[in-house]
Ligand binder design. Structure first.
Ligand code: B1M
Length: 216
């Protein structure tokens, strides 16, 4: 069901057509499709294709930029739908979320933040390319339970380790737990750097955060 729509969604990202991507996102809402399905079966297929072509040298930076913009346009349309479908009850916990210093990839991080907010977390999204000290200071300021750090580059993953160390250095260990994610990040990496939680996708991030806070 909806296979053609999912294919069109993927193609709109490959072609970098932001208006079309937004229109297809709207169509999916009108059809009652779960926004998570629309993203995973449609738009993400397209952006992964562009990423693969980029790594083989068949696509270049402008294509990557356009695919990113089209993804953002689609997610902007789907965002209110996450909130509408969310089951907001009591606040489950507070999370400061950011993409680490040196890294400007924001689509996955924003998606994780949006979905966690829809699931009942209070989310402080600091954006991209955020210095470690700023992340940890914000967590202290708002009394966060969790810090969530995203990294999309093998060269910026190491900054996640710096976050874990900064949490310890600032005396927040035991008070603030650190979750890591992003395309190159793995459970092994999480264990290696001593982080508390890892998820490969946004849905999983909600479950991990609930687990860490004993809210499952
Ligand atoms: Co970038 N880029 N990029 N890029 N880019 C990748 C990551 C790359 C894998 C492409 C490739 O070569 N195949 C490659 C990294 C290689 C590596 O390090 N191993 C790469 C590169 C090289 C670069 C540049 C260096 C290119 C250049 O300038 N020569 C440059 C870096 C700039 C910088 O950051 N300093 C760059 C730039 C860009 C754009 C700006 C053009 C654009 C980003 C636009 C934006 O974000 N506004 C872009 C894009 C679009 C990509 C790809 C194609 C797609 C990323 C994306 O948005 N995916 C990407 C290839 C790929 O990943 N397939 C690529 C969709 C998104 C929903 O998934 O972000 O993985 P993702 O998030 C997922 C999960 O990872 C997880 O949940 C999310 C939802 O399911 N998750 C978490 C994420 N954060 C989490 C946190 C959690 C838990 C789960 O807890 C806290």
């Amino acid at each position: 069901m909806h296979e053609k729509l999912y294919q069109d969604m993927a193609q709109s990202i490959i072609d970098g057509e932001d208006e079309l991507a937004a229109e297809l996102a709207k169509q999916s809402i009108d059809l009652g499709i779960d926004p998570v399905e629309a993203i995973n079966k449609g738009f993400v297929v397209g952006v992964n294709h562009v990423g693969d072509e980029f790594s083989c040298g068949n696509a270049f930076l402008p294509e990557l930029v356009m695919a990113g913009e089209a993804m953002k346009a689609a997610i902007a349309v789907l965002e209110p739908e996450f909130n509408r479908r969310g089951t907001k009850r009591e606040v489950l916990g507070r999370i400061v979320i950011a993409t680490v210093e040196g890294d400007i990839h924001d689509i996955g991080k924003t998606l994780v933040g949006t979905m966690m907010a829809a699931a009942g977390f209070e989310v402080f999204d600091l954006g991209v390319d955020v210095p470690i000290s700023q992340i940890v200071q914000k967590a202290r300021e708002v009394g966060a339970d969790l810090i969530g750090v995203s990294a999309l580059l093998t060269t910026t993953m190491v900054k996640q380790r710096d976050v874990v160390e900064a949490v310890e250095d600032m005396g927040l260990a035991g008070k603030v737990q650190v979750m890591v994610g992003g395309a190159p990040v793995t459970r092994t990496w999480m264990e290696e750097i001593g982080a508390d939680g890892y998820s490969e996708d946004a849905i999983g991030a909600i479950a991990v955060a609930k687990d860490l806070l004993g809210k499952n």
